[in-house]
Design a protein around this ligand. Structure first.
Ligand code: CP
Length: 311
């Protein structure tokens, strides 16, 4: 069975079966990164361009590592080094890259909808590596992979997502993905950070940290994104941290085996107590490790790879 669509622009295009397929493919590819020679020839002869027009550490590096572990040729293009800084439009830049015949274009862009635009005008595959405050589908997939790996399942789990839900592309993609996979999702944060129509996404809404994490199997903390805030949505970082920062003292409210997730980068001492970020409950670095396997799976499937599903 192969992934049907040419592109991955939103997690909403994936149903339960497609998500399972990607996670299963990632599970079989994860082992490659533990070998002494961390390379398989699956994408030999394929060309992947990583076009990152917004800062990134985890996503950019893991897409490049994923492509190299599959033996693809990779080219990294970043904002300051492109002709966009000379006034070229994104569409023209993308058309020029396509004229060099890549197979996959991975794009991160500060504007919501940029990957969708490129998916419509390019014949190569387009992967959304984060578009503004809209979506981050590969982050949601690696988060679901990590949850399934740690908990053995996703369906029926109680998952609390805490923080700036309104500005978070990670929250939006995770809510859609986790709901598709049958998890029970609660979002919490100050009222200024929760979309007014949040319940229409099929989640429970709370404005209280303790209430939101009660009996949670998974707590996903979000970064305070000062760069996307047009205005201050809370009086001070100290006040935010006091009411919505997660610390050891809160964990007795959750299930004993609760895992703490964070997409990174972490504002230590703001949304998450530093010692808790380094504790056995935290799976933050497992998320990063799994990001390589999930992105290998996506590159492989979008490049036309097939896996046996037994169906
Ligand atoms: N999680 C995430 O997208 O991190 P980067 O911004 O470092 O890629």
């Amino acid at each position: 069975m192969s992934l049907l669509s040419k592109d991955l622009v939103t997690i909403r295009q994936l149903g339960n079966k497609e998500i399972e397929l990607i996670l299963d493919c990632a599970a079989s590819l994860k082992e490659v990164s533990t070998r002494e020679i961390k390379k398989v020839p699956a994408l030999r002869g394929k060309t992947i361009v990583n076009l990152f027009l917004e800062p990134s550490t985890r996503t950019r590096v893991s897409f490049e590592i994923a492509a190299k572990r599959l033996s693809a040729d990779t080219i990294n293009v970043s904002g300051t080094g492109t002709s966009i800084s000379k006034g070229e439009t994104l569409a023209d830049t993308a058309r020029n890259i396509q004229a060099m015949n890549p197979d996959i274009l991975v794009i991160r862009h500060p504007a919501a909808g940029a990957p969708l635009l490129l998916s419509k005008i390019l014949t190569c595959s387009v992967i959304n590596a984060g578009d503004g405050a809209h979506e981050h589908p590969t982050q949601a997939l690696l988060d679901m992979f990590t949850i399934r790996e740690k908990k053995g399942r996703i369906a029926g789990l109680k998952i609390a997502i805490i923080g700036d839900i309104s500005h978070s592309r990670v929250a939006r993609s995770n809510i859609w993905g986790l709901r598709t996979m049958g998890a029970e999702v609660t979002v919490a944060g100050p009222p200024t950070m929760i979309p007014v129509d949040a319940e229409s996404l099929g989640v429970k809404v709370s404005y209280d940290l303790i209430d939101a994490i009660k009996d949670a199997d998974v707590i996903m903390m979000l970064r305070i994104q000062r760069e996307r805030m047009a205005e201050s949505l809370f009086p001070s970082l100290r006040e935010y941290s006091r009411y919505f920062g997660l610390g050891y003292r809160h964990l007795k409210q959750a299930r004993p085996e609760v895992i703490i997730m964070h997409p990174g980068p972490v504002n230590r001492g703001v949304e998450l107590e530093s010692a808790l970020a380094d504790s056995d409950h935290a799976v933050i670095l497992d998320q990063v490790t799994n990001g390589v396997a999930v992105r290998m799976a996506l590159l492989y499937l979008l490049a036309g790879g097939i896996i046996e599903t037994g169906n």
